[in-house]
Write a protein that binds this ligand. Structure first.
Ligand code: 5GP
Ligand code: MG
Length: 180
């Protein structure tokens, strides 16, 4: 069973703060919010509704974990953006950064399209990976212990995305690896 880790109230008040920071940083800029599907759809919706800076939203889907809970290290774009990004200020919205593989891949793909700037916002960041091994994440909602989490967009085999809070799912990693 999922064990609550971040309550609805904590999530929502932190997103108020994140939106205020994004508003300050993007005043007068031509902002394109890039939602990384599927995990960040709820975070993107909540963040976007709090922004007062004008912005457009686009979606990109990448496969990383599949239905597993361990990163394969291989990432590919499974659904691309519809917007031209050349000259745009991009804000990549991620659900969670763990090893940094997904973010590194997205930065690489999107930088080649010559945006005016790229920043990353991630609701969650997992402890346990050396900072120097990670790409810089400009805005982080919460740093969490290295446990498998679900809810608020995050899934385990496509389940639990609808939970309004973030919960840990004890044993999820072991089950996937076939351990007892
Ligand atoms: P990274 O590429 O940084 O190792 O991992 C980032 C991606 O792995 C996230 O976008 C997410 O899809 C997945 N991921 C990493 N940790 C978790 C977790 O605890 N729960 C879930 N549901 N997905 C995770
Ligand atoms: Mg995922």
């Amino acid at each position: 069973m999922p064990q609550p880790l971040l309550s609805v109230e904590r999530l929502q008040s932190r997103i108020d703060e994140l939106a205020a920071a994004v508003d300050r940083d993007y005043a007068g800029k031509n902002l394109l919010v890039v939602c990384v599907l599927k995990g960040s759809y709820i975070f993107t919706a909540d963040l976007s509704r709090r922004l007062t800076v004008p912005h457009e939203i686009d979606f990109i889907a990448v496969s990383s974990y599949g239905d597993s809970t361990t990163s394969s290290g291989k990432v590919e774009v499974t659904q691309d953006l519809q917007h031209e990004v050349e000259g745009r200020h991009l804000l990549i919205v991620e659900d969670i950064v763990e090893t940094g593989t997904t973010i590194r891949f997205l930065l690489d793909v999107l930088r080649r399209r010559r945006p005016a700037s790229i920043r990353i916002i991630s609701l969650l960041k997992k402890e346990g990976v050396e900072e120097e091994d990670l790409p810089h994440v400009d805005y982080v909602g919460f740093t969490i212990p290295p446990v498998f989490v679900v809810g608020y967009g995050l899934d385990y085999a496509e389940r639990y995305r609808h939970l309004p809070y973030v919960a840990s799912l004890p044993g999820a990693d072991e089950v996937e690896r076939g351990e007892p």
